[in-house]
Design a protein around this ligand. Sequence first.
Ligand code: AMP
Ligand code: MG
Length: 365
Amino acid sequence: MDGYAVRCSDINTASQNKPVKLKLIGEIQAGNLSNDTVNKDEALQIMTGAAMPKGADSVVRIEDTEQCDGIVSIFKSCKHQANVRFKGEDIQLGDRVLAGGITARPSEIGMLATAGYQEIEVYKQATVSVLATGNELTEPGETLETDKIINSNSFSIAAQIIESGAIAQILPIAKDNEDDLSKKITLALQSDIAIIAGGVSAGKYDYVKDVLDTLGCEMKFWRVMIKPGFPIAFGLMPKNHARQTLVFALPGNPVSCMVTFYQFIRPALCKMQGMTQLFLPQLETILDETISIPPGRKHYARAITEFKKGEYHSTLTGAQGSGILTSMVLANSFLILPETGGEFKAGSKMQVQLLPGTSPHQLAL
Ligand code: AMP
Ligand code: MG
């Protein structure tokens, strides 16, 4: 604190009407050491950031003083050690400053610097290619002809990749034919992870799986009993190789893409990049509306979760179709409806996953 370093016992009686007068013996600037010792009834002018001189135990703010002809009048008493910062107040010798397996936010970066690190070991960012497929696709900004739709998947997925700490590369749209798919999937396979969106369902022109097979990809699974996202496929490329590209083929519906990314690809990316928390944080919530689903598939319903009176409450965002991207825009969470299906009544307890950027703490504010 800018002020005077004193012995607090000297100024016990100080008040606005009856200031205590101390002898000024010098000053210390931040960054300088003082050789002076503050003895009884003496004060040393001190600036914020300067080391405490010998003898003094407290600092009186400059605002509570007046200086004239080598005498400092102190108008306020102070507590012992007032306005003094101690070594080890924040971190002590032997303390663990940060845990491993986390993403360094600006606060962690500052903490690393304050602990004196010039360099630390980090995990390499994964590289991820995104390939949208479909003859019907047009890029945003291009003329939208009749019977075409705008490619949104490349961009939502690229943003999810970046949100997961990795590096995204968007490839030009692939047509629904084996030649073009083969050429562009080959480019995608140069990354740590290749994401192919669309063309993995049961349509006549859904060639993605065939092309992956021809290229030598070892398919590990196709179709998962979830909604949305059922047609997802996963494989390793090339087969039996030391360094393999993880290949995820996602169904093309915009919500299916985003949901399967969060359930399958984000955990893989977190793992590859050394993080310890792989899955979206999950908590118990109270359903604020009654929802019915048929049995068979686990649903990831888009929901708004809020903290009210000590409990989490969730409602759906509205229409839940896999093409209703608004459901993602409005959501801060995925409500998990188990594959048993049935009617989940308002008031029942359910599990909800929080989307990145939503923390339980924030919801509680
Ligand atoms: P698919 O999985 O290829 O059968 O596509 C399923 C649905 O998602 C179709 O209605 C597609 O037109 C749509 N779709 C596919 N790819 C994209 C994309 N990149 N952006 C937006 N919609 C898409
Ligand atoms: Mg398609």
